[in-house]
Ligand binder design. Structure first.
Ligand SMILES: *[C@@H]1O[C@H](CO)[C@@H](O)[C@H](O)[C@H]1NC(C)=O
Ligand SMILES: *[C@@H]1O[C@H](CO)[C@@H](O)[C@H](O)[C@H]1NC(C)=O
Ligand SMILES: *[C@@H]1O[C@H](CO)[C@@H](O)[C@H](O)[C@H]1NC(C)=O
Ligand SMILES: *[C@@H]1O[C@H](CO)[C@@H](O)[C@H](O)[C@H]1NC(C)=O
Length: 301
């Protein structure tokens, strides 16, 4: 009898330990969607959430919704200034007790640079691993194709950007203007851009930004080699056009941002914490087999 009770309690202990570990095992994940998308559509990030839960059973996933509804969230991806979006995201992650011990972050397209802004600006909780999927870290110079807008709206946005990207009205009004980067006018970009040049420490040097990035366990950037939406594609690996022209590309390693280590990226690279991954496909096109072996297994387990 005693023996039996003992066995039963052993089983219970094992069960309990197993149960406790299930929910505690994986670092929670914060997702930030791209332009013309939202937190939770079943065909985009909703699907990613389900898949993450399959690959990492029980993992807590927060897909950021900026605004009070999914439709607001989608609209805000065009019209709410990233500085405001980041403030809102910061209060969302701060009020989630399950994130208190830290989180891993996955950004999709423009959500990648906003998530990096969040990591640099939001004092807690602590980000561990940062993953950028097709992010535009040095901005864009051109909008070759927009997927989720009508052709007409897309052309309109493109014309506006070509005409007056650094106009302060447009900087406040159109999200995509906040990461427009004209290589023929670097000075103007640095001074008048209202978001990207700040988080890239090109306007001034914010030591907090450097420290927070240096504290990451991993900084991962995925570049889509056949990307038809991002111009230049090298921006997905933090490269851009050489200043003063719009043809030749300069990699991150050749930029002063890196050589002077103005953002902590050199430190991360030299400590084997920066990872460059490429996939031979169009913008955000990947299957789960690829995602598991290139992202989940090496960085999220
Ligand atoms: C994760 O998967 C488990 C097991 O299938 C399920 O019970 C749970 O509801 C899922 N959680 C979410 C948030 O989808
Ligand atoms: C640097 O960034 C932090 C985080 O956003 C901010 O609190 C601080 O005021 C900034 N410092 C300067 C000098 O701008
Ligand atoms: C980087 O700089 C080196 C030395 O100046 C040069 O040979 C190389 O082509 C540059 N590469 C890129 C991609 O910027
Ligand atoms: C998944 O994607 C990888 C990389 O693009 C590709 O090589 C592989 O064939 C794809 N697998 C399936 C089942 O589509």
């Amino acid at each position: 009898m005693r023996e039996r009770i003992c066995t039963v309690s052993k089983v219970l202990i094992v069960l309990c330990t197993f149960n406790c570990c299930l929910s505690d095992e994986y670092t929670p994940i914060v997702l930030w969607h791209g332009m013309g998308d939202a937190c939770c559509f079943p065909y985009s990030l909703g699907k990613v959430q389900v898949r993450l839960n399959e690959s990492l059973p029980g993992v807590h996933v927060v897909s950021l919704r900026i605004g009070s509804s999914v439709i607001d969230d989608l609209e805000n991806s065009y019209f709410m200034h990233p500085n405001k979006q980041i403030e809102e995201a910061c209060s969302i992650i701060q009020s989630d007790p399950k994130l208190a011990k830290g989180y891993n972050a996955i950004g999709f397209s423009q959500g990648s640079q906003f998530l990096r802004g969040l990591i640099q600006r939001c004092p807690y909780p602590k980000a561990k691993t940062y993953i950028s999927l097709g992010g535009q870290h040095q901005g864009v110079y051109g909008l070759p194709r927009c997927i989720s807008l009508s052709i007409k709206t897309c052309d309109y946005i493109r014309r506006l950007l070509n005409y007056a990207a650094y106009n302060s009205w447009l900087q406040d009004f159109l999200v995509q203007a906040t990461y427009w980067h004209d290589p023929l006018n670097e000075e103007e970009y640095r001074e008048k851009n209202s978001f990207l040049s700040d988080i890239n420490n090109e306007k001034s040097l914010n030591q907090t930004y450097i420290e927070r990035l240096r504290n990451l366990e991993n900084f991962v950037m995925v570049k889509f080699l056949k990307d038809t939406m991002v111009q230049p594609i090298e921006s997905e690996w933090f490269g851009f056009y050489k200043p003063g022209q719009s043809k030749d590309i300069q990699s991150l390693f050749n930029s002063t941002l890196y050589t002077e280590d103005r953002l902590g990226l050199k430190y991360l690279y030299e400590n084997q914490r920066m990872h460059f991954i490429s996939i031979n496909s169009d913008h955000l096109r990947f299957n789960w087999t690829w995602f598991e072996s290139n992202i989940i297994n090496p960085f999220l387990k």
